[in-house]
Design a protein around this ligand. Structure first.
Ligand code: NAP
Ligand code: MG
Length: 398
């Protein structure tokens, strides 16, 4: 059979440790036999980041801006131990942080649902995607303790030196105080990313915050979303048969639990941090969570939500058996190839992506799974296989 031809290259960002091993296996066993794979390759493995003074990370993000679609392997974010282990000249920044800063995006995370792995919430039959705003609020705040007898105010000085003062508290007893901010431009980018992602995935979009209590701060988020929706997206949503609505975060939580899934839930930074961990756990496993960064101008970077699975890598290096789940990394590839297929109008490529994903799900439904899923699967005929055996079983089913 002739291999599927591509038009535009994918930006390929290789990574570290066990996921780097899996990366190569996925290409060799699952993709190259079917697709005449075209990529522009960037090695984001820590050794090459060190060698290039991290320039390779910046170049890979710029290539993503140019070509529009990237697929990324998990990478090490160095800490003190890694600086020693890899003999680094400096503690390089998180590659995801660097890429996000260049693409200015929103991160969408979505669980992969499969027969035999049941979510803790019984009525969730379709995935729930979280869209997390990745800028500001408590992550970029200043805070201090306020001793008894002190007075705290918000002071905003404009460019001409005029002051606006808002009282916070006259402290009778000891207390604490925090100042945080966000930017209209960042919220607008967040909103557009969410609307674009909803259109691309044909899913309803919910946005929740606490505007009843936070009448200026959270209300600004609500207003920006509403304005952009009315002016730029309403007609497109109606044509696609999908819905956007805003609701209070507490109402959203109650509705999410009662729902059968199948929508995107946009959250402010902190809400998204907490709710995405809650959803990932409630759906079963971090190794079954996809992640895609979408920029406001519609560039896509696909990855797995988990890290480099360091503990398994050390076992692999010692020649021991590993049973590492490759599903989220495979879905990063299928997501990127499908998007490339859509943009370049190559239906066979989209079809291949569908078959690749279906093959993963079929493998697990047939009882063939890695250790992480084996421990939670309800299937009676389940069997725990190695990293490589799982990929071979998927390859047979494409
Ligand atoms: P991790 O790689 O996600 O692994 C944490 C644990 O979760 C593993 O030890 C394993 O548990 C389980 N796990 C995660 N993914 C799995 C998979 N695919 N299959 C089976 N089990 C899986 O997180 P970490 O150990 O905290 O971080 C390791 C490195 O990854 C760090 O250097 C960190 O900087 C990096 N990281 C990168 C990204 C990214 O690039 N997006 C994200 C997070 C972390 P058991 O050991 O119990 O089997
Ligand atoms: Mg978190």
């Amino acid at each position: 059979m002739a291999k599927i031809q591509m038009k535009t290259p994918l930006v390929e960002m290789d990574g570290d440790e066990m996921t780097r091993i899996i990366w190569q296996m996925i290409k060799d066993k699952l993709i190259l036999p079917h697709v005449d794979l075209k990529t522009e390759y960037y090695d984001l493995g820590l050794e090459y980041r060190e060698k290039t003074g991290d320039k390779v990370t910046v170049e890979s993000a710029e290539a993503t801006k140019k070509y529009g679609v990237a697929v990324k392997c998990a990478t090490i974010t160095p800490n003190a131990a890694r600086v020693k282990e890899y003999n680094l000249t400096t503690m390089w920044k998180s590659p995801n942080g660097t890429i996000r800063a260049i693409l200015d995006g929103t991160v969408f995370r979505s669980p992969i649902i499969v027969d035999g792995i049941e979510p803790y919430v019984k009525n969730w039959v379709k995935p729930i995607a979280i869209a997390r705003h990745a800028y500001g609020d408590i992550y970029k705040a200043s805070e201090c303790r306020a001793p008894a007898g002190s007075k705290a105010e918000i002071v905003v000085t404009d460019k001409d030196g005029n002051e606006t003062r808002v009282p916070i508290m006259n402290f009778e007893g000891d207390g604490i105080v925090m100042g945080m901010h966000n930017l209209d431009a960042s919220i607008e980018g967040f909103a557009r990313s969410c609307f674009n992602y909803a259109l691309a995935s044909k899913l309803d979009l919910w946005f929740s915050a606490k505007d009843t209590i936070s009448k200026t701060y959270d209300h600004r988020f609500k207003d920006i979303f509403a304005e952009i929706y009315e002016n730029e997206y309403k007609e497109k949503f109606e044509a696609a048969g999908i819905e956007y609505f805003y609701t209070l975060i507490d109402d959203a939580v109650a509705r999410v639990i009662r729902s059968d899934g199948g929508f995107i839930w946009a959250c402010k930074n902190y809400d998204g941090d907490v709710m995405s961990d809650m959803l990932a756990t409630a759906f079963g496993s971090l190794a079954m969570m996809t992640s895609v960064l979408v920029s406001p101008d519609g560039k896509y970077e696909y990855e797995a939500a988990h890290g480099t699975v360091q503990r398994h890598y050390y076992k692999h290096l010692k020649g021991e058996r590993t049973s590492t789940n490759s599903v989220a990394t495979i879905f990063a590839w299928s997501g990127a190839l499908r998007k490339r297929g859509e943009l370049d109008e190559i239906p066979e490529l989209c079809d291949y992506a569908d078959r690749l994903e279906a093959a993963c799900l079929k493998t697990i439904a047939d009882g063939i799974m890695t250790g992480d899923l084996y421990s939670i699967s309800k299937l009676e005929n389940k069997k725990s296989v190695t990293t490589e055996e799982f990929l071979d079983a998927v390859a047979e089913r494409i």
